[in-house]
Design a protein around this ligand. Sequence first.
Ligand SMILES: Nc1ncnc2c1ncn2[C@@H]1O[C@H](COP(=O)(O)OP(=O)(O)OP(=O)(O)O)[C@@H](O)[C@H]1O
Ligand SMILES: [Mg+2]
Length: 112
Amino acid sequence: MKKIEAIIRTSKFEEVYEALTEIGIAFMSTYDIKGFGSEHSSSQVYRGTTYSVGFIPRTKIELIATEDHVEEVVETILRVANTGKVGDGKIFIMDVEAVIRIRTGEVGELAL
Ligand SMILES: Nc1ncnc2c1ncn2[C@@H]1O[C@H](COP(=O)(O)OP(=O)(O)OP(=O)(O)O)[C@@H](O)[C@H]1O
Ligand SMILES: [Mg+2]
């Protein structure tokens, strides 16, 4: 199992959410975040003090997928969240050691 974290434009969230639902993703966590990427204009000096102006509202999606779903999830996010302009966001993929459903004690894919 993998954890997929995608930081996307908040304006793309609805569309990405719907596309993921369409491919059968029935669970995810979402967060409103502030972030900045590799833009060099992320700070400005005004009267000798540096202010960060690069924090842009983003939405982070987190979901755990079985290995056979990872590619489809990533492709879907890439397709829908891409505008081609800087700041489209990023996808991080991590190994997941264990998933446990608290109510039943089920472990692994059964717990997804
Ligand atoms: N290395 C990183 N670690 C953690 N979060 C990141 C990282 N890079 C980007 N992010 C998050 O993703 C958001 C969008 O990043 P962004 O798309 O601007 O990345 P970028 O590397 O600058 O690419 P681009 O050239 O497309 O702008 C940021 O606001 C930040 O929240
Ligand atoms: Mg950027």
